[in-house]
Write a protein that binds this ligand. Structure first.
Ligand code: GLY
Length: 424
């Protein structure tokens, strides 16, 4: 098989790493890829949002399976274009991808389907939104309706913070059209969980549950990011809870999209809060999570190409149970200084080879490039240092041992990923 992976971040590096292990794959291309991916696949200089060139490339190169990493091309309908051209592609069409591209669409769909999710109101008018805030207790969660690369959610603990977030979005237009409609959502306390599930529009097969660390600083302080680390599995998710998430959340979302005439084929990501009265959906994504993919695929034993092929060919119902490696995986994200605001980039990265020399450690590249001085930083999240071991404690220790070898100017990372006491 000839496989094309679209994207160039840590998630795509992990996908390529796993696909390389498939005996069915002869050639792997990645567009645009990154220096880490280039050690495993042939990187193609086509940006992930250039649908026309990606389509031409897939046709010219007789690609058998295309896997879409990021949300932007899904939002632009890449899967529809490929399917119309009779190309096999893993990812939902534009209409189904609204589950991520419009928070308001997702909330309405979940409400209508009786899926547990925090209550929320929608606003386009700044005065109405400010009035609403004055009548409500803090904290609240302010969400931009559209795609915002991890910058569209503010958890406001004071009225002033909430008012600023609303003004930024509805008056200052800091996210442009993505923030022209907002939701003000009830804050729900609890532990967060990421559950990704494969679906062909009928059958839904959850993957291992994982946990993502969204805030920039230790102890969940500071602004939200795309994700500063992750671990899997989450011990508190037993079979009963996973069945509940499947039956009360994932399957109803997939069924609701199908009944709207937008069947969902790909991976559905549910960001879930384990509240005192049960799991509630905070957000849905139309793609693999980043950095959740790095830990979940590190523990996957089954051939990923078989899994994704079963989705594309509507054969998930015939799939054998997914097999997982025993143990745990931990990913620590190394980020540029000043991230999640405008990151300080162009710094020389030292020590990656030493980190990778440790057994069961993978350093997945996210924002890197090869410059005059070798490997350099080129984005907010730079590397995802990922380790597996027989238990969480071991995986965590190994990940941080590897992190200690890597250095670049202004590097920042969290010290509390999968911290002691969370998992044994
Ligand atoms: N880690 C959260 C996300 O992928 O959206």
């Amino acid at each position: 098989m000839r496989v094309l992976v679209i994207g160039g971040g840590g998630r795509e590096h992990a996908i390529v790493w796993k696909i390389v292990q498939s005996s069915r794959v002869t050639n792997i291309f990645c567009a645009p890829g990154n220096p880490g991916i280039a050690t495993l696949a042939e990187c193609v200089p086509i940006q992930a949002d250039n649908i026309q060139d990606l389509l031409s490339f897939a046709q010219d190169q007789a690609i058998d399976l295309t896997i879409v990493g990021p949300e932007a091309p899904l939002a632009d309908g890449i899967a529809d274009h490929f399917r119309q051209a009779r190309l096999r592609i893993f990812g939902p069409g534009r209409m189904a991808a609204r589950i991520e591209t419009s928070k308001v669409f997702a909330k309405d769909l979940m409400r209508r389907s009786g899926i547990p999710t925090p209550s929320a109101e929608t606003f386009t008018n700044v005065i109405r939104a400010q009035e609403y805030l004055r009548r409500h207790n803090m904290p609240v969660v302010i969400k931009a309706d559209g795609l915002a690369q991890g910058k569209g959610v503010v958890v406001a603990t004071t009225l002033a913070e909430a008012q600023k977030a609303v003004t930024d979005l509805l008056e200052q237009n800091v996210l442009g059209a993505s923030g022209a409609t907002i939701m003000i959502e009830e804050f729900v306390a609890g532990d967060e969980l990421s559950v990704m599930a494969l679906t062909d529009g009928n059958t839904v097969v959850p993957l291992l549950a994982s946990r993502d660390y969204k805030r920039i600083f230790d102890n969940d302080q500071g602004p939200n990011t795309g994700g500063m680390g992750s671990f899997a599995p989450v011990d508190s998710v037993d079979t009963a809870l996973m069945n509940r998430i499947l039956n009360e959340i994932l399957q109803p979302i997939v069924d609701a999209l199908s009944s709207l005439g937008s069947p969902y084929r790909g991976v559905l990501y549910a960001g879930i809060m384990l509240a005192s009265d049960g799991p509630k959906v905070l957000e849905c994504n139309a793609r693999f999570g980043d950095p959740e993919t790095q830990v979940v695929l590190s523990l996957l034993k089954t051939d990923l190409v078989d899994l994704l092929g079963a989705v594309v060919d509507h054969q998930l119902d015939a799939l054998s149970p997914i097999e997982w490696h025993e143990g745990a995986a931990v990913c620590v994200v190394l980020a540029s200084g000043n991230y999640p605001s405008r990151p300080n980039v162009g710094k020389i990265i030292h020590g990656v080879a030493k980190a990778e020399n440790i057994d069961d450690v993978n350093v997945f590249h996210a924002g890197t490039k090869i410059g005059d001085m070798g490997l350099m930083t080129a984005g907010g999240r730079v590397l995802g240092v990922t380790a597996t071991s027989t238990d969480h404690r071991g995986a965590r220790a190994k990940a941080y041992e590897a992190v200690a070898h890597i250095i670049f100017d202004d590097m920042q990372y969290r010290r509390d990923i999968c911290h002691k006491g969370v998992e044994t």
